[in-house]
Design a protein around this ligand. Structure first.
Ligand code: MN
Length: 216
């Protein structure tokens, strides 16, 4: 039912993160790389807190809030689209974090190729212009939130969404996200969000972004 091939949420690990335990609860999926794989840009300490504590807590709260409701058996992305309030916040934070961590890699800076490059050049002029606008959106998003690259038909655009914001609620298909909550970078770059965003470009896994593109 939750095969990646048939799911349109964009999350390549959709099937994995929707696995339930015997009590019908979501469980924290394994990080798709070693805890120190993103060093020196994102430290194992940050991964330990961000993935191991923050994400785990969102999942714990999501499980508590969905139990006994109409949302109990829905896949994660459907809870995101249909819920409100605390349940939405925790479901969206769960989705957003999996989406963010899934498209990072520590094997050296990669570049968009293929369809991803075509879409970026069509909508932004060049990959560099896209990165500049995305970086600016992240640097100027006030408080906590997420910057997204989304696909809207044959175009791509940048959305800067506060708090747990998620583009699925606007009917837009996510391709890439950047977490700009302070907990994402404070241990590594303290108040310097711009430095964290600069490091993010060295970690983006463009092959994953390519695989997330919805074929028209
Ligand atoms: Mn986070």
């Amino acid at each position: 039912m939750m095969k990646n091939e048939t799911c349109n949420c964009g999350l390549l690990c959709c099937e994995t993160v929707n696995a339930r335990n015997k009590d019908n609860q979501f469980v924290l999926a394994s990080l798709p790389y070693a805890v120190d794989a993103l060093e020196p840009y994102i430290s194992k300490e940050t991964i330990g807190f961000h993935y191991g504590k923050h994400l785990a807590t969102y999942i714990e709260n999501l499980n508590k809030l969905k139990t006994g409701t109409e949302f109990e058996n829905l896949p994660l992305h459907e809870i995101v689209v249909r819920s409100n309030g605390g349940l939405f916040n925790n479901a969206a934070q769960t989705f957003n974090h999996y989406f963010y961590f899934e498209a990072l890699q520590g094997n050296g800076e990669s570049q968009p190729e293929g369809k991803a490059r075509q879409l970026l050049e069509k909508s932004f002029g060049s990959v560099e212009d896209f990165k500049e606008k995305f970086t600016q959106a992240g640097a100027t998003l006030f408080g906590s939130g997420w910057v997204w690259l989304v696909q809207n038909g044959d175009n791509v655009e940048i959305l800067a969404l506060g708090n747990a914001g998620n583009p699925l609620t606007e009917g837009k298909h996510p391709l890439l996200t950047l977490d700009v909550w302070e907990h994402a970078y404070y241990l590594d770059t303290q108040n310097a969000r711009a430095k964290y965003i600069g490091n993010f470009w060295k970690l983006v896994d463009w092959e994953k972004v390519e695989r997330r593109i919805k074929v028209q």
